[in-house]
Design a protein around this ligand. Structure first.
Ligand SMILES: [Zn+2]
Length: 62
């Protein structure tokens, strides 16, 4: 079974590794941005906005 490249949810960059959420991925650099963003309210809000569709997806599958 060939590994299918996932596209990062935040930057759209294809990558094999990183945080996988259902069929979505968050690459390590975006993951670091997410962690760093906790200190920067504005960026964090933007991330939350981007992640909102994903959280709805997760809830719909829960
Ligand atoms: Zn990314």
């Amino acid at each position: 079974m060939a590994a299918k490249l996932k596209k990062c949810l935040l930057c759209g960059k294809e990558q094999e590794q990183g945080l996988l959420i259902l069929e979505h991925a968050i690459c390590s650099s975006c993951e670091q941005k997410l962690v760093a963003a906790k200190c920067e309210a504005e960026t964090y809000q933007e991330m939350l906005t981007r992640l909102y569709p994903l959280s709805r997806l997760i809830l719909s599958k829960a």
